[in-house]
Ligand binder design. Sequence first.
Ligand SMILES: [Zn+2]
Length: 241
Amino acid sequence: MLESDLKYLYEIQKLDIEIDGLKENLESVPKRIKQLTLDLEKHKSSIEREKNNISELNAKKKESSKRLENIITGLKKNLNKGKSVTSGREGEALLNEKTHLEKDKAMYEDRLQELDDSIKKGKLNLSNLEDSLGDVIKSTEEDIKLYNKKKKELTKEIEILDDKKKRIAVHIEDTTLIKKYERIRLNRDGIGMVMIEKPICGGCFVKLPYQLYSDVKLNEEIHYCEICGRILYWKGHIDGK
Ligand SMILES: [Zn+2]
C-alpha cells in the first residue's frame, strides 16, 4: 500500500540522515589522527632544529674565541716590540697596529657576547621543548586511542542503523520506490524525500503549486517536487491526520 510504503520510506530517510552524519564523523577520524601525528613530528623536529642551531652557535663561538686569542697575542707582541723601538717610523707603525688590534679585540668581544646570549636563549628554548615532549607524546597517544575507540563506536552505530533500515525496507511493497528514492538521494545531497507541512518543498524551499500540494495531501500516488525532484510526503500522514 502506497501510504504505508511512503511512511516506511520516510523512516528510512530519517535513518539515512543519521547514518550520513555518523559516516562524516567516521571519515574525519583518520584526518584527525594524521594531524596529531604531524603535530608531534613538528615538535620533535623543533628540538632537532634547536640542537643544530646551538651547535652552529658553539662552532662560531669557538672560531671567534680563537681569533680573540690571536688578537690578544698580537697585542702582547706589539707591547713587547714597543719596548725596543729604534725609529719614529717603527713606533708609528706599531701604534697603528695596536689601534687596529684593539678595534678588532672590541669587535670580537661584542660578537662573543652576542653568541653567548643566543646560546643561552637556544638552550632555554631547547629545554622547554624537551620538557614538554613527554606530555605531547602522552596526550597524542591518548587522543589517538580515543579516536580509535570513537571509530569503533561509530562503525558499530552505523551497522545498527543499517540493520534497522533493512528491517524497515522489507515492509515496502513497491521495491522500485526505494530505488527511485536512492537515485534522488544520490543527486540531492542525501535527501531523497522531504516531509512538508505547508505548500513549500522541504528540500529546495520553493513554493509548491496549489494543485500539487492538494495531491500530496491526498496521498494516492507518489509526487515529486517540480524543482528539485524530491519525493514529497505530507506531515499529516505521520501525525495521523
Ligand atoms: Zn524541491
